[in-house]
Every structure is written in structure tokens, then in C-alpha cells.
Design a protein around this ligand. Structure first.
Ligand SMILES: O=C(O)CCC(=O)C(=O)O
Length: 311
């Protein structure tokens, strides 16, 4: 039987390494590293802004890629692939057509359905510029019928908002049977109700979740601004912009950088759904008595808020 060949001798460079190791030249393999350069945060930020500008210019090559799209009969799959996952807003028409609320919810109908049950709302807003930042200071309570009288003639002083939802579940329960479901995009859970008069105004901010708005009564003017524009928006406090209202010439005079930003203006009408992705700036003004629901219970993960660097 033939003897197996003996192991080949290690190649020359291997012998050299072994020799160096034996004679204590390990350091040649791991020369001392130079101290890392301190990160220049201003430059890092400028580079990030450069990238955002370049990407936005590239999107502008195609109206399909850069426009605010409107859809009808948008399937669950198409919503996920074209809008939810990419973080792109979309206005969806006709999805609530069979909801009784669309034809029933006038101020009088609502007042009769809920009666004098006590509700919580945001009050005393006119005198305070920071009513959204200081939400807790503005919690007020009133019989629902009295609240409706406060808002039916318009103004921004009183607004029942999503922030009041936790307190209002039982009082507003009689309205539930006027609502349908949005099974293509949402898990079954009640939405958060907004009721306000003409002139109710939510200043410029972004949300820490993806958000679906369902407009039921009246119309709202919405301004949507992509996250790429953040550096022009005086973003100093939490999720708010010091610009407050990008349609107000006086505000723009104080914040000229916000004049020429990329923005989308749209009108939300009864029966519309508007998907606002996490991080997209938006401000909303009611053009008439208005009711709307907002939802965050999507069929897909909706994370981000837990890790936001709030301070
Ligand atoms: O309709 C409104 O007044 C504000 C809605 C909004 O900003 C939101 O849901 O984040």
C-alpha cells in the first residue's frame, strides 16, 4: 500500500511569519492606530443635508415619484408597497362611502346623539400661542351639547382632539354605530375623534407614528412637507416648528428660510382618507365645522416613537 504523501512544508512567507512571532515581532501585525479624529458635527450635518437635497432633486425628475398621489380602491398590498413601507403620503378617495356618519354628522345630530354627557376638549387656545406644546394646560370639560355650541360658530378657541380621546370613549359611544371599518389598512380599533369649528388650527408639527386621517364632516386645508425640508423649519421644540404656519406671511417674514420649501397643499373633503407618514410635517386648518377620525393602528408595525430623541 502506497504511503500517504507527507504534509507539504509551509510556504516561505508563512515560515517568515512564524519566525517573526518566535522572535517577538508580533507588533508588526498590529501597528498602533492613530487617535480617531473628533467628529465635526456641523460638517456631518451639512453632508446629510446635501444628501437629502440631492435625493429630493432626483425625485423631482418624475411627477410620479415626487407628486402627492391620489388613489381610489387602493388595495391593502398596494397601500403597503407603494405608500406605507416607502413612507410616502397618499390621498385616498371614496373609502368611507358607506359610513352613515358622512351624511348624518351635523352639529345638531351630534348634539342630540351624545346629549349632555361630559366631554374633555382643548380650550382657551386663542390666548396661547403654544397650545399644542402645552396640551395639558388646555384640557377642559363641558357637557357635549355646550361644547358643540362653542364650536358651531367657528374659531380656534375650543377643539376636541385626539389628545382627548382617552377621556371621551364612554361619552361618545353612541356615535360608534355611524362608523364603518377600514379593514384594508387597519386592525379593528376605534379611531380618535376631532371636532372643531371653522378656523380650528393645528400648527406645523410631525407625528411620531404613521397616521391615517379620515375626514367625515366639512373640509380641512392640509399642508404636507417632506422630512427633507426640516432644516428650513426652525425645529427647536419637540415635534413642533417655530414657523407655526407656513401660509402666514407674517410668520414667513420672521422665518424667511421657510418661504421656498417643497410643500404639498391639499383639501380634505368628507369621505377622504389621508395617509401621513411618520416624520412628515403637517399643519391643518378647518374651513368649516369639521369632524374627523385619526388612526395609528395599522396592520403593519408602526414604531419609532419609543426611540425619538425628545430632549
Ligand atoms: O386635524 C387636525 O387639526 C390635526 C390633525 C393632526 O395634525 C394629526 O392627527 O397629527
Amino acid at each position: 500500500m502506497a504511503k500517504p504523501p507527507s504534509r507539504p512544508f509551509p510556504p516561505v512567507d508563512m515560515r517568515m511569519q512564524m519566525a517573526l512571532r518566535q522572535t517577538g515581532f508580533d507588533a508588526i501585525k498590529d501597528p498602533p492606530k492613530p487617535a480617531p479624529r473628533a467628529l465635526d458635527l456641523t460638517r456631518a450635518l451639512r453632508r446629510r443635508e446635501w444628501l437629502l437635497d440631492v435625493m429630493e432633486r432626483q425625485r423631482a425628475l418624475s411627477p410620479y415619484a415626487s407628486g402627492l398621489l391620489t388613489a381610489e380602491n387602493l388595495s391593502s398590498e398596494d397601500f403597503l408597497h407603494s405608500f406605507y413601507a416607502p413612507g410616502r403620503p397618499v390621498l385616498i378617495k371614496g373609502a368611507l362611502a358607506d359610513w352613515p356618519a358622512l351624511t348624518r354628522w351635523t352639529p345638531d345630530y351630534l348634539a342630540d346623539a351624545v346629549g349632555d354627557a361630559t366631554v374633555e376638549y382643548q380650550g382657551g387656545r386663542t390666548a396661547a400661542g403654544d397650545y399644542e406644546l402645552m396640551k395639558d394646560r388646555h384640557r377642559q370639560r363641558a357637557p357635549f351639547r355646550a361644547f358643540i355650541d362653542l364650536v358651531r360658530d367657528g374659531g380656534n378657541d375650543a377643539y376636541l382632539t385626539a389628545y382627548n380621546s382617552a377621556a371621551n370613549g364612554p361619552a361618545l359611544a353612541p356615535l360608534q354605530s355611524d362608523l364603518g371599518t377600514i379593514d384594508a389598512y387597519l386592525t379593528p380599533a376605534p379611531g380618535m375623534l376631532w371636532i372643531g369649528g371653522e378656523g380650528a388650527f393645528t400648527p406645523l408639527h410631525f407625528d411620531l407614528t404613521n397616521n391615517l386621517l379620515a375626514q367625515l364632516t366639512g373640509t380641512k386645508r392640509v399642508v404636507l412637507i417632506p422630512p427633507s425640508q426640516t432644516r428650513h423649519l426652525a425645529h427647536r421644540r419637540h415635534v413642533f416648528s417655530d414657523v407655526h404656519d407656513v401660509t402666514d406671511p407674517a410668520r414667513l417674514a420672521t422665518h424667511p428660510a421657510a418661504r421656498d420649501i417643497l410643500r404639498y397643499d391639499l383639501l380634505l373633503t368628507p369621505g377622504d382618507l389621508l395617509f401621513i407618514p411618520i416624520g412628515w410635517w403637517h399643519q391643518v386648518r378647518s374651513e368649516s365645522f369639521s369632524t374627523m377620525l385619526t388612526y395609528t393602528n395599522f396592520l403593519w408595525p408602526n414604531a419609532g416613537h419609543e426611540s425619538y430623541p425628545a430632549d
